[in-house]
Design a protein around this ligand. Structure first.
Ligand code: FES
Length: 151
């Protein structure tokens, strides 16, 4: 588990073991572990006496939660029309080859998770790549690789 049992109990105590605070509890676990580890969900379900199915549905419903380990950095390539026309697909293929990961996947060293989005809202900068909260415009294959080397 990527979060200790002791830390989990502290988080539960901070929320007075109140099932009404379930989302806040899951947010804390997500922040600390980087995802919602299955053993952590089992412990929370047991301690709060809530069905595991409820935790699973919350974990899959909210985009802020992940049931799988994610990378330290999220690389998001825009696959909207403007970015696609200007070479976004080629940038994506280069990153997939370079990082040895498919879209939605996380690198073996858990440094990067690769995602796509339909439009980042800055089409004049196409093709666009976002790394965490940083927007990088007018992307090409070699620039994308260079940028990720800085992380
Ligand atoms: S289509 Fe890529 S930013 Fe809009």
């Amino acid at each position: 588990m990527d979060i200790s049992r002791e830390r989990l109990d502290e988080i539960l105590l901070e929320h007075a073991y109140d099932a009404a605070s379930l989302i806040a509890i899951l947010q804390s676990v997500q922040e600390e572990a980087g995802y919602l580890p299955y053993p952590a969900l089992l412990h929370i379900a047991d301690q709060l006496r809530v069905p595991m199915a409820r935790l699973h549905s919350l974990g899959t419903f909210y985009k802020a939660f992940s049931l799988e380990p994610t990378g330290k950095h999220t690389v998001c390539l825009c696959m909207g029309i403007a970015c696609h026309i200007r070479g976004g697909q080629q940038v994506m293929e280069k990153l997939q080859r370079n990082l040895h990961v498919a879209v939605g996947g996380t690198t073996a060293d858990r440094k990067f998770t690769l995602e796509t989005v339909r439009c980042l809202g800055c089409c004049s900068l196409a093709p666009v790549m976002r790394v965490d909260e940083h927007i990088h415009g007018r992307m090409n294959q070699s620039r994308a690789v260079e940028i990720l080397q800085d992380y």
